[in-house]
Design a protein around this ligand. Structure first.
Ligand code: NCD
Ligand code: ZN
Ligand code: ZN
Length: 346
């Protein structure tokens, strides 16, 4: 029998881009309606590199939370080769910075200030291990000679495995995993290593980028992979392991920035995030595993309390508009012009 209603502990989003200004105001309500908390990515321009900037950004986010909704932004720092142990100590002491993000320079959107050589970050990484502040990783090498579809697997072998060995107590989240190699690596790693998985990498393979023509709204980083990799991610997400948890990587870009001769990487999914995950879990006949993936594994890893209120999803198709918002912040959401199978009950 198929379920038509599903009530779960309110989930959190452990990887989210909220941007700033008009775009922040446009996208935050979508997340705040569904999730109690989110790990907010620091790749603004300029990036959020210290606790003072994170605190100011946190205030702007809180000011944009719609009346009647409760939402807690969990802030992150952007790791650079100039991040000091004092920056880390200050971030930890703030109480609102929950992690530090490693962007290999040039790997993704707004990563220009990121890390060229991780060997230049060892003082900061030691401080993070000492203060128990997790490291979040965009796991792709940037070497132009490495095929774009292999960049995650090569990153794991050449950079991540040595790092895990060198810092055995550092908590590490490999973000938005996209390959069988990543799922296997995380599953076999010690308990201080975990991963987030996006709805789009669970729902689509790389054919979606080229369906009848080039599809800029299906371009993200790490790029969608072959079907065998999608299947490995689905098995990891629905398999019940506490090492895998929800992180949408909802990454809004304006329509113009996506539909361009050199379009930005990132998909917007916050408008239907938990509903999209429900589709995946239903396809696997694993709806009973959704709550742990969406609401328990993340807070347990981050050592935060689980949420105590609930959300309810109903199996009732609803239409996704062709475009969300207007003017400078208008964007094309995932599944634009089609429908989602599950709807969030008001
Ligand atoms: N995932 C993406 O394709 N884009 C993200 C950056 C990131 O998470 O790598 C963005 O900020 O737009
Ligand atoms: Zn990334
Ligand atoms: Zn991201």
């Amino acid at each position: 029998m198929t379920a038509t209603r599903l009530t779960i502990t309110r989930p959190d989003d452990w990887h989210l881009h909220l941007r700033d200004g008009d775009m922040l105001a446009r996208v935050l309500p979508d997340t705040a309606r569904r999730f109690a908390r989110a790990i907010v990515m620091p790749n603004l321009v300029p990036p959020v590199v210290n606790a003072a900037l994170a605190g100011a950004y946190r205030d702007r986010i809180l000011a944009a939370v719609p009346a009647g909704l409760a939402f807690e932004p969990l802030m992150t720092l952007y790791l650079t080769e100039r991040t000091t142990p004092a920056d880390i100590a200050e971030a930890k002491a703030s109480g609102f910075v929950h992690a530090v993000k490693w962007y290999p320079a040039g790997a993704t959107t707004n990563s220009d200030s990121g890390v060229k050589h991780i060997d230049n970050c060892h003082a900061a990484l030691s401080a993070m291990e000492q203060h128990d502040l997790p490291l979040l990783v965009h796991g792709e090498v940037t070497d132009a000679h490495v095929d774009v579809f292999d960049r995650e697997a090569v990153f794991i072998e050449t950079l991540l495995k040595p790092l895990v060995q060198r810092y055995p107590k550092l908590r590490i989240v490999l973000e938005h995993i996209t390959t069988r190699q990543a799922a296997e690596f995380v599953a076999a790693a010690p308990a201080n290593v975990a991963a987030t998985i996006t709805p789009h990498h669970l729902l689509m393979n790389r054919n979606a980028i080229f369906q009848g023509g080039i599809r800029p709204h299906h371009y993200c980083l790490p790029v969608l992979k072959r079907e065998e990799h999608r299947l490995a991610l689905v098995a990891a997400a629905t398999g019940g392991s506490p090492k895998f948890f929800l992180g949408t990587d909802s990454a809004p870009h304006t329509r113009g920035a996506k539909e361009s001769a050199c379009g930005c990487a990132g998909m917007y999914s916050a408008h239907g995030a938990i509903e999209l995950y429900a589709e995946v879990f239903e396809q696997q006949d694993a709806l009973d595993k959704l709550e742990a993936f969406a609401s328990f594994h993340g807070p347990d890893f981050y050592r935060l309390p689980r949420n105590t209120d609930t959300i309810t999803l109903v199996r009732e198709p609803w239409d996704i508009p062709a475009e969300l918002g207007e003017g400078s912040s208008a964007l094309v959401p995932l599944r634009a012009g089609t429908s989602l199978a599950w709807r969030l009950e008001a």
